[in-house]
Design a protein around this ligand. Structure first.
Ligand code: F6P
Length: 322
């Protein structure tokens, strides 16, 4: 393989730049040229490509976001869009792709491989941590630490005013962030998409903790856990019981910022492993890290099999939230 392409797609995640750098430098070590494809699949369709040499990826390791830019492309969802993208790749002499992103990115990659025989290796880059075949996705650790810092600050004001706060974190379909920050931030309750929310139980639990002398509480709500997110859950509770509370939506703050050491190391490792795999003739897999070891999982399995939250951690949170 003489030339490969690398792109980022879907929601950005801290550490994507570290992965791009690793792809470029590992490829260089193997004598392979790298072309950066800008704006994900949208840019691929338009042929937005730039050669990336080892110096072009200097000083990006520590930067959040993605220097290649990202997008969610509607056109790529059509066979015509994918044909255009494949034609641009072939015209540019790109023989294989490293796709950095989440499940939407990998679903697109599967179609590109099946319809146009373009080899692809996926690198899991999403703050949601919702991909099967890796213990952690790139960006998750940073997002958790960012959310946690915000929650610690909210706790200060919650305690001073003796208030209840409902804090919404990202996670349309997955509660990994909510569970991790809930436990690390000492939340009284977490609401996750994976576990049906028992509104009555949450309401009674909060009143009960007030009766036990708790003057402030934190409820962490994943955005997809309840219709209307944190505000929706609070409204449903207020239909049942009298409870005064404030709502904070952390939103896109969680997607930005400099990646943690853990995310930089993970991104460097997985970016390099993806290139080695592609160069060795492997395709159609996601490279992940499982129990500290690099592991390859078919892209189809990575997106179709559901990675469950750690139910033991959820139980622990309930015990510790006294
Ligand atoms: O990157 C994944 C994610 O952060 C989800 O948790 C969230 O629901 C979604 O992206 C929001 O994405 P966007 O801002 O691109 O619509």
């Amino acid at each position: 393989m003489k030339r490969i392409g690398v792109f980022t797609s879907g929601g950005d995640a801290p550490g994507m730049n570290a992965a791009i750098r690793a792809v470029v430098r590992q490829a260089h070590a193997l004598g392979i040229e790298v072309i950066g494809i800008r704006r994900g699949y949208a840019g691929m369709i338009q042929g937005e490509m730039v050669p990336l040499g080892v110096r072009d990826v200097a000083n990006i390791l520590q930067r959040g976001g993605t220097v290649l830019l990202t997008a969610r492309s509607q056109e790529f969802l059509t066979p015509e869009g994918r044909a255009k993208a494949a034609a641009k790749l072939k015209a540019a002499g790109i023989e294989g792709l490293v796709a950095i992103g989440g499940d939407g990115t990998f679903r697109g990659a599967i179609q590109l491989m099946e319809e146009h025989r373009i080899p692809v290796v996926g690198v899991p880059g999403t703050i949601d941590n919702d991909l099967y075949g890796t213990d952690f996705t790139i960006g998750f650790d940073t997002a958790v630490n960012t959310a946690l810092e915000a929650i610690d600050r909210i706790r200060d004001t919650a305690a001073s005013h003796e208030r209840v706060f409902f804090i919404e974190v990202m996670g349309r379909h997955a509660g990994f962030i909510a569970l991790e920050v809930g436990l690390a931030g000492g939340a009284e309750v977490v609401a996750l998409p994976e576990v049906p929310v028992d509104v009555e139980a949450v309401a009674q639990g909060l009143l009960e903790s007030q009766r036990r002398g708790k003057t402030s509480s934190i409820v962490v709500v994943a955005e997809g856990a309840y219709p209307g997110g944190a505000a929706g859950l609070l409204a449903a509770i207020q239909e049942r019981v009298a409870l005064e509370a404030r709502v904070t939506v952390l939103g896109h703050i969680q997607r930005g910022g400099s990646p943690t050491a853990k995310d930089r190391v993970l991104a460097s490792r997985l970016g390099a492993a993806a290139v080695e795999a592609l160069a060795g003739g492997t395709s159609g897999v996601m490279v992940g890290e499982v129990e500290g070891e690099v592991q390859f999982t078919p892209l189809k399995e990575a997106v179709e099999r559901r990675k469950d939250i750690n139910r033991g951690l959820l139980e622990l949170l309930r015990v510790l939230a006294l």
